[in-house]
Design a protein around this ligand. Structure first.
Ligand code: C2E
Ligand code: SIN
Ligand code: SIN
Ligand code: SIN
Ligand code: FE
Ligand code: FE
Length: 370
């Protein structure tokens, strides 16, 4: 029993968990690691880190890897009471406390005896959640002042960790929005209807997963692919929106959009913008080496480029453009068969046909207006 941890042992534990937390990427898993830390430090049988939901109506937590999140009403039970009163609570016989909500015990068969709860605040002094410890281990089975101090220490550290995890998440969300918006700007200039970039994003993710890329890589591609035509912002209107077929000179001007897009974002080290720059550069390369701008061929073309090529052309052919009407499906599928191993990676072409129902579902869900 770690009843008698001394100060330096507590510090050692904290450092151990700091290392663990800084290598934990997901918000949910951070909650689990923080709870483990609290348990080790306070000698409690269980610890739970509760987080106030965005709408401030609920508290949620993740108690184990791979399990669903648990949610309770923000006013419910002792935890809710600590959060709404902004008070620390220590109770050594919860069943004699009117605030206790025995529902959780009923569901789990676990018997709660003693409990400590400490609210967590951000720098603006807003409540962001609560750190809860249940059932003191050891002979006494009751929490004391020193346990409370340790829970407060854990909760202060937890609050900072959660705040920085939230900031990271916000920055990442902002980046995704910027990237998406820039893609949509490129699109609106070329008078293409609203959902093109959304559909290309969804198609790209379907193909990425079917190809065997990880969920993380597939999601990265999905977030980056809306940028594929960002270089079109630098193409003059007279070319971009020409209501008919290009002549050779116009064609040459348009072909610069791939390199232009790449040059606009290639200087960033952010994974998302790096992926976007690859997609911008390589989405018009062709498997047989006849594409542009570098005439790459086969697997020299990045998988992100090969995937976006299919997603982009499938969508372009099925949509009206200033220079052409939408094709019917049969004509589109014929082209895809025709271009297998010419324009398109043969393996990806096969995966396209195998997953056709998913593509059609997306096309249906994100239809263009009119
Ligand atoms: P987009 O309209 O989104 O088309 C993307 C890609 O889909 C094209 O890349 C091409 O591979 C395929 N695609 C689209 N329409 C057709 C078609 O009618 N027939 C065939 N076989 N393939 C088609 P591409 O050719 O490199 O063109 C890149 C972009 O250049 C196009 O994006 C579009 O914005 C513009 N563009 C291409 N040709 C013309 C044209 O004749 N007139 C105008 N105004 N724009 C054009
Ligand atoms: C929330 O903040 O409302 C919970 C959603 C989450 O981050 O999983
Ligand atoms: C309560 O705080 O009273 C119920 C929640 C729990 O037991 O975890
Ligand atoms: C766009 O994404 O805005 C235009 C069409 C293309 O994919 O080439
Ligand atoms: Fe393009
Ligand atoms: Fe496009």
């Amino acid at each position: 029993m770690n009843n008698s941890l001394n100060a330096s042992e507590v510090m050692a534990l904290i450092f151990k968990y700091i290392t663990k937390i800084s290598s934990t990427r997901s918000h949910k898993n951070v909650l689990i690691v923080l709870a483990d830390m609290g348990r080790a430090i306070t000698s409690a049988d269980r610890c739970t880190v509760w987080v106030v939901s965005d709408d401030k109506k609920r508290l949620w937590t993740q108690v184990a890897h791979g399990m669903d999140a648990i949610e309770i009403d923000i006013n419910s039970g002792i935890v809710g009471s600590a959060v709404s009163s902004r008070e620390r609570i220590m109770i050594n016989d919860v069943y004699h406390d009117y605030r206790f909500n025995p529902e959780v015990d009923k569901k789990t068969g676990y018997r709660t005896k003693s409990m400590m709860v400490v609210p967590m605040y951000n720098k603006d002094d807003e409540i962001i959640g609560a750190f809860q410890a249940i059932n003191r281990l050891g002979d006494e089975e009751v929490f004391d002042k020193r346990d409370m101090e340790r829970l407060m220490l854990s909760s202060t550290y937890a609050a900072e960790t959660l705040e920085s995890a939230r900031l990271v998440r916000e920055i990442e969300d902002t980046q995704k929005e910027v990237v998406f918006t820039m893609g949509a700007i490129g699109e609106s200039r070329s008078k293409e209807t609203g959902n093109h970039v959304k559909r290309v994003a969804e198609y790209s993710k379907i193909l990425a997963l079917a190809y065997g890329l990880s969920e993380e890589q597939a999601q990265l591609l999905k977030d980056a692919s809306p940028m594929h035509d960002i270089g079109k912002v630098a193409i003059p209107d007279s070319v971009l929106n020409k209501p008919g077929r290009f002549d050779a000179e116009e064609r040459a001007v348009m072909d610069t959009h791939a390199k232009l897009g790449y040059d606009m974002i290639r200087h960033s080290d952010r994974p998302l913008l790096k992926a976007a720059s690859i997609v911008a550069y390589e989405h018009h390369e062709k498997w047989d080496g006849s594409g542009y701008p570098r005439k790459l061929s086969g697997e020299d073309i990045h998988i992100f480029g090969r995937i976006t090529a299919i997603a982009d052309v499938f969508d372009a052919l099925g949509s009206d453009r200033v220079y052409k009407k939408a094709w019917d499906d049969e004509k589109i599928f014929n082209l895809f068969e025709e271009e297998r191993a010419k324009h398109f990676d043969p393996k990806l072409t096969d995966l396209f046909f195998e997953n056709l129902d998913k593509f059609l579902e997306v096309r249906n869900e994100f239809k263009d207006e009119f």
